[in-house]
Design a protein around this ligand. Structure first.
Ligand code: GLP
Length: 262
């Protein structure tokens, strides 16, 4: 695992975009895993500036609310359409989001897992982290080998995401999320984290015990993880580095907790 500390969210976006651009340049048929939430947005903005040929790039979103009507502006299908497909000029037919308005969401979750496999798996998965350690919508208690499925959102997650809705009551109670086992199958993971309010959970996830109590701790089990934190988020992570000027800090083996299973 490598960890980069950068000055702010915009810098994290620039560095994150560089990793995605490298994958896209090396493989015009790459499969990207995309995330919603605020943290990845500067990555998409920065990646759009590269002007890369992306007509064959395929994208899978991490998760989606269950029960929002199709076209709801805060459904992840719409967020991905605005922030990813539109901004990057992707072919909409190559961009996939779990079907949260399906009559049978459990079935839709299984179909989504199968669709990822049918594309040959995800080459690079962009991730954020929730304040309770959630990864995608895998809330504390999620099995570390879980697959794409319907989940009930934690109250803390619903409160955090209420900022996107007119009223906290409007935040859906359920979602479809890629499982932790699904995420671990991506060939490369790229976690982007901003803000001092994430410092404690980021430190716990990367250096504490690998446990369902902190779903993002499962990152320690992946062989190819890059973490980009701004100065606030990285405050507890030790030496600061900036890509291009110094080697990243290696996190995990030898750090507190159980360390990664490399
Ligand atoms: C949502 C998403 C997660 C994301 C999290 C953190 O709950 N489902 O995938 O990581 O928000 O979002 P932010 O980056 O806005 O803190």
């Amino acid at each position: 695992m490598e960890f980069f500390t950068v000055q702010d969210a915009a810098a994290a976006g620039a560095v994150g975009a560089g990793f995605l651009a490298a994958v896209i340049r090396s493989n015009p048929d790459a499969v990207l895993g995309v995330a919603t939430g605020g943290s990845p947005l500067p990555v998409y903005r920065s990646l759009a500036g590269y002007g890369l040929e992306m007509s064959r790039i395929r994208c899978f979103a991490l998760d989606e609310y269950v029960g929002l009507p199709a076209g709801h502006p805060e459904s992840y299908a719409e967020v991905v359409r605005r922030e990813v497909t539109g901004r990057l000029g992707l072919n909409p037919a190559n961009v996939f989001v779990p079907d949260g308005s399906a009559a049978d969401p459990e079935r839709a979750a299984c179909d989504y897992e199968a669709a990822i496999a049918a594309c040959g798996g995800i080459d690079i998965q962009l991730l954020g982290i929730g304040h309770n350690g959630h990864l995608a919508f895998n809330e504390p208690g999620s099995a570390l080998d879980s697959r794409t499925r319907v989940e009930v959102l934690a109250e803390r997650t619903r409160q955090a995401n209420a900022r996107y809705f007119d009223s906290p009551r409007d935040v859906p109670e359920r979602c479809i999320t890629q499982g932790l086992g699904t995420i671990l199958e991506a060939r490369q993971l790229l976690l982007v984290v901003h803000g001092a309010d994430k410092a404690e959970i980021l430190h716990r996830a990367l250096t504490g015990p690998v446990s369902a109590d902190c779903p993002a701790s499962v990152l320690q089990r992946h062989p190819h993880v890059t973490v980009i934190g701004d100065e606030g988020a990285a405050a507890l992570m030790g030496r600061a580095t900036t890509p291009g000027t110094a080697a990243p800090v290696a996190v995990g083996a030898g750090a507190a907790g159980t360390g990664p299973g490399r």
